[in-house]
Ligand binder design. Structure first.
Ligand SMILES: NC(=O)c1ccc[n+]([C@@H]2O[C@H](COP(=O)([O-])OP(=O)(O)OC[C@H]3O[C@@H](n4cnc5c(N)ncnc54)[C@H](OP(=O)(O)O)[C@@H]3O)[C@@H](O)[C@H]2O)c1
Length: 209
């Protein structure tokens, strides 16, 4: 599959490496010159290309968004109609500045991403685990257990696609619900956030009242 990753820092770079190891072709984009992404391309070992964010949106069958949350409004919208977009972002007021509708829990960060990328199918995933655990705790790395990765979204086909990708890179997908309800269950401050649990444990955590 052709996967695009917009934002190639801790989480985006880690996911790009995992997806390339799973034999996907990965287009990577960041805020700067694509030519600066040579070291990451070396790690992708022939399965990667560096492009602009607009090109990443155009060519990706699945597009991962892994930028500081405040940058979501800069994301390209063209070329994403009907596509699965994986949103790894978290709203961090100290970094992103205060956003009243989030501070007052009138909506969630991923619903704001969905509103911006209105023709895409946004799935919130890979936002609960620290980047170095995401790098190291996948099954093939010798972990004794399969760690759960929660995902939230409103489109069943898009969620199936993301579940498959989570499995392919050595984790266990756990459905947390729709973008509003499930998104709240996996955002910063929730019991699932940074919890590093097995799928069964995570399911119980996400189901707790
Ligand atoms: N770090 C974690 O452990 C962790 C865990 C779970 C979720 N998250 C969330 O995942 C997201 C990414 O976190 P991170 O730690 O990977 O961040 P990071 O290391 O700071 O990387 C951010 C990336 O986004 C790129 N970027 C910034 N603005 C952009 C724009 N307008 N267009 C395109 N690319 C842009 C940056 O480009 P440059 O390279 O050009 O600066 C950089 O590649 C955040 O929302 C964070 O809250 C982080």
């Amino acid at each position: 599959m052709q996967i695009s990753v917009i934002g190639t820092g801790h989480i985006g770079g880690t996911l790009a490496r995992h997806f390339a190891s799973a034999e996907h072709h990965v287009a990577v984009a960041h805020s700067g010159d694509p030519a600066d992404l040579g070291p990451l391309l070396d790690d992708l070992r022939g399965c990667g290309q560096a492009v602009s964010p607009a090109e990443a949106a155009r060519i990706g069958e699945v597009v991962v968004v892994s930028v500081p949350f405040r940058a979501y409004a800069d994301l390209p919208t063209d070329g994403l109609a009907g596509k699965t977009v994986i949103d790894t972002t978290n709203y961090m007021p100290d970094r992103d500045g205060h956003i009243p509708e989030l501070d007052e829990d009138r909506t969630t960060s991923s619903e704001m991403v969905q509103a911006h990328l209105r023709d895409a199918h946004v799935v919130k995933a890979f936002n609960t685990m620290r980047w170095d655990h995401l790098r190291d705790y996948h099954h093939e790395a010798g972990a004794q257990v399969r760690y759960g990765i929660p995902l939230a979204g409103d489109d069943i086909q898009a969620k199936r696609c993301v579940q498959q990708l989570i499995e392919e890179i050595g984790f266990a997908p756990v459905d947390s619900g729709g973008l509003a309800t499930g998104g709240r269950r996996q955002q910063p401050g929730s019991p699932a956030f940074l919890s590093d649990q097995t799928a069964d444990q995570l399911q119980a955590t996400l189901s707790a009242p």
